[in-house]
Design a protein around this ligand. Structure first.
Ligand SMILES: [Zn+2]
Length: 153
């Protein structure tokens, strides 16, 4: 997963792709974040990460040329670019102790809760940047923070 964000994106949720009431708001972690407007039980599908399906080559081109990066790696050949037709899931921040996880089902990226989420809580995902990718520092604030969004091993 690769998702560098820019304030140029319109910070909105498309409810069509959400199973619970969510909202984009300013986040303490990084710029914008996605917040629960209601209690969400553990193990439930919260939302889908949507966007344009692009090839690895096109994804590489976009990540080098665009100001806005919301590329979700779905397999060795395809990315979903949330900058085009994103559901709002592209605003979910990284946290080293996340409360949601992604599951890829037939080229759809679905976000599921790892535990109960309280009303008003921010959704967070471990981006799992590769250890060989450009190192990005983490400011998630979790006691379990590993200091970087990249995986250490
Ligand atoms: Zn962290």
């Amino acid at each position: 997963m690769k998702a560098k964000k820019s304030p140029g994106l319109s910070p909105q949720i498309n409810p069509k792709y959400c199973n619970f009431r969510l909202q984009v708001r300013p986040s303490k972690i990084h710029r914008w974040g996605v917040f629960a407007l209601e209690h969400i039980p553990k193990g439930r599908k919260v939302m889908e990460y949507t966007g344009k399906l692009v090839s690895r080559k096109e994804g590489k081109r976009r990540s080098e040329s665009a100001q806005i990066h919301c590329l979700f790696t779905i397999d060795p050949y395809w990315y979903i670019d949330g900058a085009e037709g994103g559901s709002g899931a592209e605003f979910v921040n990284h946290c080293c102790d996340p409360n949601i996880e992604s599951r890829i089902v037939h080229r759809h990226v679905l976000y599921f809760t790892l535990r109960d989420i309280a009303e008003g809580e921010e959704l967070s995902l471990d981006y799992h940047f590769g250890k060989n990718q450009e190192r990005v520092e983490c400011g998630c604030g979790s006691p379990k923070c590993r200091g970087t969004i990249n995986l250490l091993e």
